[in-house]
Design a protein around this ligand. Structure first.
Ligand SMILES: [Zn+2]
Ligand SMILES: [Zn+2]
Length: 354
């Protein structure tokens, strides 16, 4: 076993003994070593066992069932589609992977509300270390998101924003709560750089709020600003902010108290939208700009509820187990979606004609 770094706390030393390669980078871990960074089966077993032992047997079985079933859709012309179903827990080794179907769904749903922005602003609001590691109830997390948005709105005069909390940073074993805000910046002719006075004002407002809300007397807090102006960079920012944070490996490294906290947050809407991008307003807002709110969803065969062959609407007609699927009768149209063989052939003919 590798020697533990001297700066290791007793809790970290325990983790080190359980997960020998935790404090080695992936490159340092020998192939023959147990490597919890990469071993999805180990991650699933470990998280399944913990959930089952700690009173979450329903969630444990959803974790185990993840990806074993398909939702069956059919349209009025008899075209069939199967979409693989997922548990959507970040601590699942399938759903918690960067680029997982769950992550991609979040991206696709965010794109119409953010990609049109000539400049996509990105603000990170951090908390003092102790506070960032505390297990805050969802009401407080919601309040942090709302306050962050209000500060951005006041200082950047933005029309709306997406807020998402990252519950941890890169370091395993601990929570590290911070708030991310992505927001369109308009009226600057495509320029993302802002007057330092605006950023100073954002920082000042966040410090005042944190001091008041948590009864602290900090001189300063840490806020970070960046922006994206190209399509590629905007996609990357959205993907980064929406990535899974407490993934299967991170979950394994947390204390029992933190694990209970994370499981207790299941079902909480972390990604929240404000201003004209709020759930009940964004469709009208995008339409008023001549943008189709479903433009990105339509291009995603897994999410689209429109048949790619005839354009009719799909209806959910049932659930199919993976083991019951007759491979000869179905064809993959993307990583997680199948169509019946005849529809698939028609789809390929249509593509060839284009
Ligand atoms: Zn899953
Ligand atoms: Zn159809």
């Amino acid at each position: 076993m590798a020697l533990a770094p001297l700066s290791m706390s007793p809790k970290e030393a325990v983790l080190e003994s359980v997960l020998p390669s935790l404090y080695l980078s992936t490159a340092q871990v020998k192939v023959t070593d147990l490597n919890p960074h990469e071993d999805r089966q180990l991650q699933q077993n470990s998280n399944y066992r913990w959930l089952d032992k700690n009173g979450y047997s329903d969630k444990a079985s959803r974790l185990l069932d993840c990806g074993t079933k398909f939702a069956h859709f059919r349209d009025k012309n008899g075209h069939d589609k199967l979409s693989k179903t997922f548990c959507k827990y970040e601590f699942c080794p399938i759903c918690g992977m960067k680029g997982s179907r769950t992550h991609r769904t979040r991206n696709t749903r965010a794109h119409p509300r953010l990609m049109w922005a000539p400049v996509l602003g990105y603000m990170v609001f951090t908390l003092p270390l102790d506070l960032s590691r505390s297990r805050m109830p969802r009401e407080i997390l919601n309040r942090l998101e709302k306050e962050s948005y209000d500060i951005v709105q006041r200082n950047f005069k933005t029309e709306g924003a997406m807020a998402r909390i990252h519950l941890a940073g890169d370091r395993p074993g601990h929570l590290r709560i911070h708030v991310n805000i992505l927001f369109p910046i308009t009226g600057t002719n495509g320029i993302g750089r802002v007057d330092p006075l605006i950023l100073a004002s954002v920082q000042q407002a966040w410090t005042v709020f944190i001091n008041k809300f948590f009864c602290l007397s900090l001189d300063v807090t840490d806020v970070k600003y960046s922006f994206a102006t190209t399509m590629k960079k905007k996609y990357a920012k959205i993907k980064y902010v929406l990535r899974p944070i407490i993934d299967a490996f991170m979950f394994m490294t947390l204390s029992d108290e933190d694990k209970h906290y994370i499981v207790g947050l299941a079902g909480w809407h972390n990604t929240r939208w404000f201003g004209k991008l709020a759930n009940h307003k964004y469709k009208a807002f995008l339409l008023s700009k001549g943008l189709d709110p479903l433009a990105y969803e339509k291009k995603d065969p897994y999410l689209s509820n429109v048949c790619p062959v005839c354009g009719a609407k799909f209806k959910h007609v049932g659930t199919v187990w993976r083991r019951d699927i007759n491979k000869d009768a179905w064809r993959w149209i993307d990583d997680h979606t199948l169509m019946d063989r005849l529809s698939y052939i028609k789809l390929q003919e249509m593509k060839a004609q284009k």
